[in-house]
Write a protein that binds this ligand. Structure first.
Ligand code: SAH
Ligand code: SF4
Ligand code: F3S
Length: 447
């Protein structure tokens, strides 16, 4: 066993939760080859940037970080040590060989579907191949061959059940970087969930780019929906909380809505991106839903689970967006009332239909609209948080805070909650009373 833990790997994660999950899986793949995870690139034998291509800024960040890691690689080389530098994830998929040309000190590039082949790619680089690029899409193979090590420490875990996207929203790169939609077999998901619970996990967030489009082979031979899968997961003793993200309004089926009223373990929170409130814009985005059909879903959800917290994603300044279109987004936000949300300026992505549009919105309009939207969303979040002051609720404390004796956790509504003076509750679910609200966090006391 002397080989074990003798080498150091650093993986930096950008982008969505799917990448967070993938990063853990990469660490699991490399662990049997003697690699132990470290938090910085210093002294690492292998550095992987697990990248995101969703907006231009995300991509720029990768290239600036690459420069920094290169400096460490050069420093190590002077000491006679070799660092292997890899770019994985969605920028790897989208740009492949271009990265090698732009940053020749990179040793390997791969996409999100091939990291189960990491040891093999690494061996090729070690044998002296100048560069290795692997941007295939063998998604089934990836899930079938991935190990899950017994290394999960947090009581909350991600579990990918669905990957890829066939929706082709005209602004989005994901269908190109993650490939076609694929759902894992229910039995595999349940087995992985049980293993996580055995390691002390109490909360599982099911992941997919379109998680509610899940249609995996069920244990009875039929295709299972996400709701059916969650019903089965809810039977696992010790698993207390189930979440899922990200959903598309088009796939918000009645059984999925209903489960929010039926299954206590399914948390009263839904992230349901709408992107815009103008039907004309939604049509040009190829979203296949309208503002009204979106609001109808929210109403159905609130009918079965009145306290459900709604979150969303928004894009301002999509090509051709007028002032009137933008006002429709503001009006939709007023109608829905969000507990939290993410909002972005539209970012031109090469290769996407909207990127070619000639009616791009000027930067100053995007900036102004984003500030207005974020102002409104921020006020809604604060109002939602204030509405929970005085309430008693179960909080899963999954982290220690930066102050002595402080622990941090999540409410059922996915609000951040902090508690002082009870460090023994770290890693546990505890009943607390909310005593103070800020815009993005809550203060609690033990009851
Ligand atoms: N699958 C999810 C989200 C995927 S990407 C869904 O269907 O909603 C996460 C968010 O990034 C999107 O919801 C969108 O709001 C934003 N986004 C995607 N492409 C973008 C672009 N080109 N510019 C700005 N924001 C973008
Ligand atoms: Fe992108 Fe649309 Fe697919 Fe979401 S549904 S990943 S926004 S193409
Ligand atoms: Fe980014 Fe890829 Fe996720 S582009 S948001 S890391 S699917």
């Amino acid at each position: 066993m002397s080989m074990l833990n003798s080498k150091k790997i650093h993986i930096k994660t950008y982008g969505c939760q799917m990448n967070v999950y993938d990063t853990e899986r990469m660490a699991d793949v490399m662990a049997p080859h003697g690699y132990r995870t470290i938090d910085t690139p210093e002294g690492a034998d292998l550095v992987i940037l697990n990248t995101c291509h969703i907006r231009e800024k995300a991509e720029d960040k990768v290239y600036s970080d690459l420069g920094r890691v290169r400096a460490e690689k050069d420093r190590l080389a002077k000491e006679g040590k070799r660092m292997i530098l890899a770019v994985g994830g969605c920028v790897g998929q989208a740009q492949g060989a271009e990265i090698m040309a732009r940053a020749p000190y990179v040793d390997m590039v791969f996409g999100p579907q091939t990291y189960h082949r990491l040891p093999e790619m690494l061996a090729r680089v070690e044998r002296g191949e100048r560069s290795v690029v692997d941007v295939d899409f063998p998604v089934v193979e990836k899930f079938d061959t991935l190990p899950r090590q017994n290394t999960h420490e947090s009581p909350s875990a991600f579990l990918s059940v669905q990957e890829g996207c066939d929706k082709f929203c005209t602004f989005c790169v994901v269908p190109y970087t993650r490939g076609a939609e694929y759902s894992r077999k229910a039995a595999d998901v349940i087995e992985e969930a049980k293993a996580l619970v055995q390691q002390g996990v109490m909360e599982i967030t099911l992941l997919g780019q379109n998680v509610n489009a899940y249609h995996g082979a069920g244990m009875d031979g039929a295709d299972w929906s996400l709701a059916r899968l969650m019903k089965e997961l809810a039977k696992i003793d010790g698993l207390e909380r189930i979440r899922y993200t990200t959903s598309h309004p088009r796939d918000m089926s009645d059984d999925l809505i209903a489960i929010h009223g039926e299954e206590k373990k399914v948390m009263p929170y839904l992230h349901l991106p709408v992107q815009a409130g103008s039907d004309a814009v939604l049509k040009r985005m190829n979203r296949h839903h309208t503002a009204a059909s979106y609001v109808e879903i929210i109403e159905k959800l609130r009918a079965v689970r009145p306290d459900i917290a709604i979150s969303g994603d928004f894009i301002v300044g999509f090509p051709g967006e007028t002032e009137e279109d933008f006002c429709a987004t503001m009006a939709l936000v007023e109608t829905v009332g969000y507990s939290s949300a993410y909002s972005f300026k539209y970012s031109i992505r090469p290769g996407t239909p909207a990127g070619e549009a000639t009616d791009q919105v000027p930067e100053e309009d995007k900036t102004r609209r984003l500030a207005l939207l974020q102002g409104l969303l921020g006020r809604q979040q604060f109002a939602f948080n204030r509405s929970t002051v005085g309430m008693e609720m179960d909080v899963l404390f999954d982290r220690v805070g930066k102050y002595e004796g402080q622990i941090l956790g999540k409410s059922p509504y996915l609000q951040s909650v902090h508690l002082l003076g009870h460090p023994e509750l770290a890693g546990k679910i505890a009943r607390v009373k909310i005593v103070e609200a800020r815009e993005s966090s809550l203060k609690a006391e033990l009851v």
